[in-house]
Design a protein around this ligand. Structure first.
Ligand SMILES: NC(=O)c1ccc[n+]([C@@H]2O[C@H](COP(=O)([O-])OP(=O)(O)OC[C@H]3O[C@@H](n4cnc5c(N)ncnc54)[C@H](OP(=O)(O)O)[C@@H]3O)[C@@H](O)[C@H]2O)c1
Length: 308
């Protein structure tokens, strides 16, 4: 077991990185974040030092990690757009790992995704697989934590599904709707990541919750928890995506892309691994559904209007 005095977390002002950083602070660990976000978005009141996540300045990236026991990496992009591509995100991740190695970081905890594979036909999962392979080859002991769909306060995906359920009388279910999803609570994921930082062996662990849902049942549960009546209409993936594109025009965002639907329908957001945490989405919804989907969280404004 490792001693953990200082850590660098990418994205501590964003979603999963924030929960990892909070857990580290609670243990008395000194936390620095690498982020493109301004300090005005710091939820920690200055307790987390921030440095740029700037892949064009590898020396600065290395310097920003010097002295850290562990790097927690959450960096990834949801889809390619403009100069943001998966190839570039893979290269950026590799550069980050190399900079961490040069900085003498003792361990890298990397947040990946279930069923990541360099052989996947889906660019997101393929890119994540390539990053896993790069990490395994980089010479720093590692832990790869692979979550399914992550739920919790500040989540984007489930929140925006909830928003659509609240806003529209019909909700498209792609194909049969019986593909499995095994959501994991963001706090359980953070606990697993911090625990992984304390181990010495390199390891790959799926981060999965205790409940498995068929996608349609999950959407019905979400609607029922919010007290919303929605007509669930089975559509072909193409028609369903056409509908989400119309919604995208309304909210000026990319709501969902084909690859995400394909990954969902292929059952890639599940795993046979034992549960990583005890938190059930069904129980969490009882306390949190009232606040879910009250407003739409735009992916483009949140993550795609930044210097790269
Ligand atoms: N959310 C889920 O349901 C889910 C499910 C499975 C796996 N994962 C994995 O978990 C990790 C964290 O996901 P998250 O949802 O917590 O993400 P997030 O907090 O929104 O972002 C994580 C990091 O990636 C950076 N980032 C995000 N989009 C970017 C873009 N378009 N261009 C440049 N940088 C970008 C963020 O930069 P800033 O610090 O500047 O914000 C942050 O450092 C990812 O590796 C993801 O693949 C997430």
């Amino acid at each position: 077991m490792h001693d953990l005095a200082s850590a660098v977390v990418t994205g501590a002002f964003s979603y999963t990185g924030k929960y990892i950083a909070q857990r580290l602070l609670d243990r008395g660990v000194t936390v620095k974040t690498l982020t493109a976000r301004p300090v005005s978005q710091d939820p920690f009141g200055g307790r987390v030092e921030a440095a740029p996540l700037d892949f064009s300045d590898l020396d600065a990236l290395r310097r920003s990690m010097e002295g850290a026991d562990v790097l927690f990496n959450t960096y990834w992009v949801r889809f390619g757009r403009g100069r943001t591509t998966f190839d570039r995100a893979v290269a950026n991740s590799q550069a980050l790992f190399e900079a961490a190695e040069k900085a003498g970081v003792g361990r890298i905890v990397h947040v990946s995704i279930t069923n990541a594979s360099a052989k996947s036909e889906l660019p997101y999962f393929r890119g994540k697989g390539r990053v896993e392979d790069a990490l395994k080859g980089c010479g720093v002991p590692y832990a790869i934590v692979r979550p399914t769909l992550v739920f919790g306060v500040d989540d984007v995906l489930l929140n925006n599904m909830a928003w659509a359920l609240r806003r529209f009388p019909i909700f498209p279910i792609f194909g049969s709707g019986n593909y499995p999803v095994r959501p994991v609570f963001v706090e359980d994921l953070a606990a697993l990541a911090v625990d992984a930082a304390l181990q010495s062996e390199s390891a790959v662990t799926d981060a999965v919750g205790p409940e498995t849902f068929e996608f349609e049942s999950l959407m019905r549960l979400l609607a029922a928890s919010m007290g919303v009546r929605s007509a669930f209409v089975h559509t072909s993936p193409s028609l369903g995506l056409g509908l989400t594109k119309l919604i995208g025009l309304l909210v000026r965002d990319v709501v969902l892309i084909r690859d995400e639907v394909d990954g969902l329908m292929a059952g890639l957001l599940t795993s046979c691994a034992p549960p990583s945490g005890a938190t059930k989405l069904s129980a969490w919804l009882q306390d949190n559904a009232a606040g879910l989907g009250r407003s739409y969280v735009p992916e483009l404004r949140r993550n795609y209007r930044r210097p790269d």
